[in-house]
Write a protein that binds this ligand. Sequence first.
Ligand SMILES: Cc1cc2nc3c(=O)[nH]c(=O)nc-3n(C[C@H](O)[C@H](O)[C@H](O)COP(=O)(O)OP(=O)(O)OC[C@H]3O[C@@H](n4cnc5c(N)ncnc54)[C@H](O)[C@@H]3O)c2cc1C
Length: 427
Amino acid sequence: MAYTPYPQSYYAFSANPAPQRPPLIGEHETDVCVIGAGYTGLSTALFLLENGFRVTVLEAAQVGFGASGRNGGQIVNSYSRDIDVIERNTNSQAAALMGQMAFEGGRVIRERIERYNIQCDLKNGGVFAAFTSRQMEHLEAQKRLWERYGHTQLELLDRQAIRRVVACDNYVGGLLDHTGGHIHPLNLALGEAAAVESLGGVIHEQSPVVRIERGTTPVAHTSQGRVRAKFLVVAGNAYLGNLLPELAAKSMPCGSQVIATEPLSEELALSLLPQDYCVEDCNYLLDYYRLSADRRLIYGGGVTYGARDPANIEAIIRPKLLNTFPQLQNVKIDFAWTGNFLLTLSRLPQVGRIGDNIYYSQGCSGHGVTYTHLAGKVLAEALRGQAERFDAFAGLPHYPFPGGRLFRIPLTALGAGYYQLRDRLGV
Ligand SMILES: Cc1cc2nc3c(=O)[nH]c(=O)nc-3n(C[C@H](O)[C@H](O)[C@H](O)COP(=O)(O)OP(=O)(O)OC[C@H]3O[C@@H](n4cnc5c(N)ncnc54)[C@H](O)[C@@H]3O)c2cc1C
């Protein structure tokens, strides 16, 4: 059977030692079979195991192979569309619940790191950086909105204040979220996988699920084995393909590209980001960056709709990096990689249940590090019979992308191009 390794990312290069888990062979039976060992699958597995369920996780490649092991590592609160959008798109009770949950994912991550002693270079503090006064007004509104839902650790930064935390002259100001932050994303996933196993959970790698047999006890089939379970949790996100056609119709895989520089001198690194905060800008197609523990600048941006891998990632991202930090003109890029996230038309997560026993959460559309950790908790609650918070997410309306399978990619790119142009013009 084909072996799927990690992509050649900085994260795979600097991953903590981890065992290779054997593929699934033969017939198995468990309470919950989780498909996908990214944050959604691992977080769900952990919450279930902590509550006495037997859990088997089937991963097509390796733990954290997908977006969870390749992302910008930024702990960003709330969702890809903010709570005000949710307030306009659902009933007030569900919106209130989702507002209360908007800052919970970050707390779940920190609890996991603490409880299971996960070594993943956690740093606190995340900055949203504004290029224009219009974006700054949006950040002021975001602060008021988040405060309305109880988040008090936010600080507006004027032009001078943001210059003290990011050595870039392009910003007019920003918003510092003291409960944001950053992590080594793959090491977080690997630590969570070890935690799953420490509680008796079973993980099989190199075990793509090729078919789901629906029924009173659904079965996940791989090429060499099968797992019969009381419940399935589908957590394959942008890498799931067409395993559940009803999900694929309302979501679209998209790629984002990341580069990592060579290690910078301590002096240079601290001159760029003196407080070691992570930063994302406020553009529709945004740039995001931070320092790694060994002082590389990790810089991401760019979106490819339909998730085709660009031939030359450095050629796309390096100009963005130099636009932010021209002082890095001569820096060498050691790693360049791409990863896929799953976009929905509303950019809100797609959560639900098929029949009585197949649960899913996917499509957090860009910001997913915190949401996926929350999702694990919410899915586990639903399996335990407490579905109030799950139902709030499941009630969010989702629609197919315009253009059908043939034209949805060019049409979405066109729509994004419109917003990109508005960002460029500063309107
Ligand atoms: C380049 C990039 C940068 C990002 N940066 C940030 C950031 O800085 N902050 C932020 O909040 N969010 C960021 N995101 C988004 C975030 O990483 C994702 O939302 C999140 O990791 C999704 O986790 P997941 O577990 O749902 O999916 P994934 O991590 O993609 O995991 C899905 C897993 O399921 C497996 N799988 C798929 N199909 C099958 C199958 N049939 N059988 C078995 N296994 C299967 C895959 O191999 C994969 O390991 C970024 C995403 C990308 C791509």
